[in-house]
Write a protein of this length. Structure first.
Length: 251
């Protein structure tokens, strides 16, 4: 049975699903770039909007947390590194290692930004079909000279399509190894290699199959331009995006 992942498109009729894909693409790019300058107030305010978007998208919380467990581990290491490296008022000292108040605060702020960027991307991928993402990229790159927008859009669309497929294949390989008691191997290096090598092999094989399928159907960069169907709610979301970006830049 195929496994759903939080990284794939989930059909729906919410206001986020019906928004023009070009606007959602612009919103993700603008919010992601302005997040670099965001302060604590802006991060807290956008967290409320992100939670609302997460709920509207109906992304399963438990499955998402399980899929992002290694990302959470990375955020913990980033937070710990900032707490140990940033100078400031020490809260805890042991064997020459000190945890500072300023480090804990800056680490929390940085990890919160990373997490909100991830949540924004999840909302975008869950409410936007791959064909719409591809069409948005093609539309955005059309005015840029010397860039084959059709080919770049197809590459991005295929990359997004491969993400849930890789997760599905990884789950199948893990189930097969567990059925053969491979989970009893105590060496973490051998366990990782035993999972990674078959996954890489299946991924490259799937890429070859897709390339052959496209060639057999006489794929060409010269195709009919994509069409878009705005929902009518775009002006309100443009205003909301501008307010969020300005808030992040100044707060």
């Amino acid at each position: 049975m195929a496994r759903l992942t939080p990284f794939g498109y989930r059909p729906g009729k919410s206001i986020l699903h019906r928004l023009d894909a070009r606007l959602k693409f612009f919103m993700v790019c603008a919010i992601g770039l302005s997040m670099v300058k965001a302060g604590p107030v802006a991060v807290a305010g956008y967290s409320v909007l992100a939670c609302a978007g997460f709920k509207i998208s109906r992304i399963p919380v438990i499955e998402t947390c399980h899929a992002l467990r290694f990302f959470f581990l990375l955020l913990f290491f980033v937070w710990t590194a900032r707490a140990l490296s940033d100078p400031g008022t020490p809260l805890f000292q042991w064997a020459g290692i000190s945890v500072t108040r300023e480090g804990l605060f800056s680490g929390l702020l940085m990890t919160s930004k990373f997490f909100l960027i991830m949540v924004t991307g999840l909302i975008f991928s869950s409410t936007t079909a791959i064909k719409d993402v591809k069409a948005s990229v093609q539309w955005a790159l059309a005015p840029v000279p010397l860039i084959p927008e059709n080919r770049v859009a197809v590459m991005i669309g295929l990359s997004l399509g491969f993400i849930p497929m890789i997760f599905k294949q990884g789950g199948q390989i893990a189930d097969a190894r567990q059925a053969r008691c491979a989970n009893q191997i105590k060496n973490p290096v051998k366990r990782t290699i035993g999972l990674a090598l078959p996954l890489i092999k299946k991924t490259f094989a799937s890429a070859d199959y897709i390339a052959l399928a496209m060639a057999s159907r006489l794929y060409s960069d010269d195709r009919t331009p994509p069409s878009f169907s705005p929902s009518g709610k775009e002006p309100a979301f443009i205003l909301l995006t501008l307010v969020v970006v300005v808030g992040m830049l100044f707060f």
